[in-house]
Ligand binder design. Structure first.
Ligand code: NAD
Ligand code: TYD
Length: 350
């Protein structure tokens, strides 16, 4: 049985990827390595955690000795690497953990893979999941392509850019069989409510203010998380070694337009008067160094691998609101304790 390591599988995107791999590839053993930071939650995987081809391991990718031993124990055929510190606002207040996990943690994984696969790289794959934020910020026009120069602006995106460079360096120097993808903003079930969409749904449910940074004119390109998971599956199995693939929804929204659409959807699903939730919109101090616009050109993965997003945004947003409203226990559990403290610190200063 082939064994595939998925890192960060208890997080938002990772949990959708783990579920997909465990269910679709029952002939493979899937090992999910996750430190279970505030963003990792095994509740996300309770529907599959008893399946025979699934194993969870709690551990830190930044612990060199632990990572080396894990590779010795399991002899992985492939790695899908998602574990990361992923929130831009936290990277502004606590950059050190981003450097440790995103840069040093990625280094530990590629180095362990290189050591184990030395002289036997055939059939192996190290797939590094990255973000479109490494390309920096667009003006009003243009799209990020795979050859756009890196120009990261936040400690988060700079740490992801560094890890991308390391992964490419291991391909060029040691012929490590790598793949990289850079995806736009994801949304959908199981996202920690520090990110825009679940944060808004949570606040709307509790009639709390919706904090819009600056004028709400920043633009993001939104993709449903299961469409990202399907792209990851395709790239892992069919992507060309050494290549990079951009993944995006071709779905640009200003934050304020997105928030208004969310308010209307919540009103509709909760039977509130249309327009009532929009009164909770509150403009707050802008994020430091706030990137204006991200937008992805995903022609390469569409033409070369035949991928395309399955959901229209309106449908995806309705499904997402419905999931959070029906899983308010999940939302309340992850929103308690340490998160409440973070929320108070993050939003009180404005
Ligand atoms: P997330 O924050 O929801 O999950 C990250 C997971 O990594 C958590 O389960 C956490 O416990 C785990 N983790 C953190 N530090 C760890 C460590 N030192 N060792 C082991 N595990 C650790 O993140 P996400 O939104 O699911 O993002 C997953 C990946 O996708 C990241 O690499 C991110 O950069 C990338 N990405 C995210 C988006 C997005 O919109 N969320 C878009 C493009 C790319
Ligand atoms: P976020 O979900 O943090 O993703 P990213 O910064 O990685 O794109 O934020 C999405 C957009 O929403 C971004 O332009 C910042 C903005 N935003 C707000 O206006 N208010 C908020 O409370 C948050 C968390 C984000």
């Amino acid at each position: 049985m082939k064994t595939i390591l998925i890192t960060g599988g208890a997080g938002f995107i990772g949990s959708h990827v783990v579920r997909r791999f465990v269910k679709n590839y029952s002939e493979c053993h899937i090992v999910n390595l996750d430190l279970l930071t505030y963003a990792g939650n095994l509740e996300n995987l309770k529907d599959i955690d008893k399946l025979p081809n699934y194993t969870f391991v709690k551990g830190d990718i930044a612990d060199t000795e632990f990572v080396g031993k894990l590779f010795d124990t399991y002899h992985f055929e492939g790695v899908v690497h998602l574990a990361a510190e992923s929130h831009v606002d936290r990277s502004i207040t606590d950059p050190a953990s981003f450097i440790r996990t995103n840069i040093f943690g990625t280094f530990n994984l590629i180095h362990a893979a290189k050591e184990q696969w030395k002289g036997a790289m055939e059939g192996k794959r190290f797939y590094h999941i990255s973000t479109d934020e490494v390309y920096g910020s667009l003006g009003e026009t243009g799209l990020f392509t795979e050859i756009t120069s890196y120009d990261p602006k936040s400690p988060y995106s700079a740490s992801k850019a560094s890890s991308d460079h390391l992964v490419r360096a291991y391909y060029n120097t040691f012929h490590l069989p790598v793949l990289i993808s850079n995806c736009s903003n994801n949304y959908g079930p199981n996202q920690f409510p520090e990110k825009l969409i679940p944060l808004c749904i949570h606040n709307l449910q509790h009639l709390k203010p919706i904090p819009v940074y600056g004028k709400g004119e920043n633009i993001r390109d939104w993709l449903y998380v299961e469409d990202h998971a399907s792209a990851i599956d395709l790239i892992y199995h069919k992507g060309v070694i050494g290549e990079t693939y951009n993944i995006g929804g071709n779905n640009e929204w200003t934050n304020i337009a997105l928030i208004r659409a969310l308010c209307d959807e919540v009103d509709r699903q909760l039977g509130r008067a249309q327009g009532s939730s929009q009164q909770l919109i509150t403009f707050v101090k802008d994020r430091a160094g706030h990137d204006l616009r991200y937008a992805i050109d995903s022609t390469k993965i569409q033409n070369e691998l035949g991928w395309k997003p399955s959901l229209q945004f309106e449908e995806g947003l309705a499904k997402t609101v419905e999931w959070y409203l029906q899983n308010s226990d999940w939302l309340e559990n992850v929103s308690s304790g340490a998160y409440e403290k973070y929320y108070d610190q993050q939003y009180i200063q404005r």
